[in-house]
Design a protein around this ligand. Sequence first.
Ligand SMILES: [Zn+2]
Ligand SMILES: [Zn+2]
Length: 374
Amino acid sequence: MPGKPLLEFTDKGIYCARGDFYIDPWKPVDDAVITHAHADHAYFGHKNYLAHHLSREVMLHRLGDINLRTIEYGETVNKHGVQISLHPAGHVIGSAQIRVEYKGEVWVVSGDYKTEDDGISTPFEPVKCHHFISECTFGMPVYTWKPQSTIFADVNNWWQSNLQNGFATVIVGYSLGKAQRILQNLDLNIGKVYTHGVIENTNEALRRNGIMLNPTERITFDSSKEEVRKGIILAPPSSVGTPWMRKFAPYSFGYCSGWMSIRGAKRRRAADRGIVLSDHADWNGLISAIDATGCESVYLTHGYTASFSRYLNEIGFDAHEVHTLYGGEEDAPSQPPPEGEDAPSKSPPEGETSLVSRSVNASPSGGGWVGAGI
Ligand SMILES: [Zn+2]
Ligand SMILES: [Zn+2]
């Protein structure tokens, strides 16, 4: 296929014609490589899926009976002479950048990523490439994250003071990634962690995958309200303002999201406390990650693509905006809010609502990706 770039942007997703596969496609295809299990990247309806081992149980939980092959970071799959490998993206447990190589030409698709080590996701590793396809969800200088240790010192103090003042504590974060990051950083000397069913189902999937999470207790009809109020309640965005949450009143409610750094976001979500905690790279993280690839060109898939590509071009990169459907996941708006505005108040889908029941018979060896070397 002379003249054709190794990866191209189509109406189904990022496509490699030479190897005949897609990366995070949003329409049904035969062979899909998936960066991570969030709803805007892992769609239902593909014939064969390839993803990281640590995405396995969550993908089966979310997508049901799919034909899934999983591999390790750094392991290579060959399809029609194209080398495909996964590399840590540091976004959530199991998230991967996808490296694609053919005859010495290397492309990397970042998926979603963050550069800070959160202690639970395999830390981000820059991968050298000629062409880097990057997200830029928080690609504005106003987005600069505090170190995780500082953020959680504040969270644990807030929890402690709620207890002293007779308030229950509700902390909200999306169910895959954010919830486990919160769980692993709470000070369990203060009390127990009680979970909403949506989060506990994800925790159970991750535990089946061998991830060691801190102990949690699922909130059920039988849970003692008084006991739960002594601990901390870990809940998904979809539970905000529901009777389920109101039954723990009086409570103080904290919402964890990168969007909380924008004025107004806290008020719009009616949170008592906006906790600026994101699983995406901040402004500096994006620039350092892009720089570390040594790439010739950058393609920006979602986030502040227009202003960020303009900036990258100014500092000497060959940057382009591309159109994709990424960015509709859990707590991110599908389009970045206009400057000075905050994120939409509407909670995007949790990714749990359209689920089919968990499959018990997904192929362990993985259909179409088995013969990929031929
Ligand atoms: Zn994501
Ligand atoms: Zn995403």
